[in-house]
Design a protein around this ligand. Structure first.
Ligand code: GRF
Length: 198
């Protein structure tokens, strides 16, 4: 049975693109859901014939209303897995409740180090010699969910944020595709913050 995946992205969408390109038949990307009508990911989706739903916070009275609309937009596609790949907002209670333990996120740092929206910049500012990529299950916190896989990436002399982030993204794209394919084949379970894909 092919795993139906909905991808959440707010920006360029290169990780989203990797998921589309790597399709090995074990999963299908059913839709892109974004909060940003200017997201580069939208053009990638359209070129691939993938449905797009844009759910802008500014169109809703408050965060709970937006969260409810986001959950509905995702749910329309009946996903077996939701992949946050550069979605720059914290998912609220309605979304988490609608897809319990079925939302994963990719983060450009070795969590718990450098959580939040500026992980690459923060690692550089801290003088880290090594950072990396983490794929984890999303919980109610910010980048606090149980880790599925991590891989270190060296910080090189002269690295600026863009260079380091691009080098991290190369790893993220590989890890994310591998995790989604494994989940498609073996399923995903979380018990007491321990992740099992088998
Ligand atoms: C990725 O590094 C992801 O970890 C972070 O945002 C970036 C998205 O990259 N949250 P792209 O838009 O897929 O190129």
């Amino acid at each position: 049975m092919t795993l139906r995946v909905v991808v959440l992205a707010s920006g360029t969408g290169s990780l989203f693109h990797s998921l589309i390109e790597a399709g090995d038949g074990s999963y299908e990307v059913a839709a892109l859901v974004t909060d940003n009508p200017a997201a580069g990911a939208i053009a990638i989706a359209e070129a691939a014939g993938i449905e797009v739903r844009t759910v802008e916070p500014g169109n809703f009275a408050d965060r709970p209303e937006w969260d409810e609309a986001l959950a509905a937009a995702i749910g329309e596609f009946r996903p077996g897995l939701v992949v946050s790949a550069g979605f720059m907002r914290v998912l609220g209670a309605d979304v988490l409740a609608a897809f319990p333990d079925r939302i994963i996120n990719t983060h450009p740092a070795l969590l718990p180090a450098f959580p939040g929206a500026h992980a690459v910049r923060d690692a550089l500012a801290a003088g880290a010699r090594e950072t990396g990529s983490t794929v984890h299950v999303v919980d109610a916190g910010v980048d606090t969910g149980p880790v599925i896989v991590q891989e270190p990436v060296a910080v090189l002399p002269g690295d600026d944020e863009a260079a380091l982030h691009e080098r991290i993204k190369v790893v993220e794209r590989r890890l994310l595709v591998d995790v989604v394919q494994r989940i498609a084949k073996h399923g995903l379970a979380v018990h007491d913050r321990k992740v099992t894909i088998a």
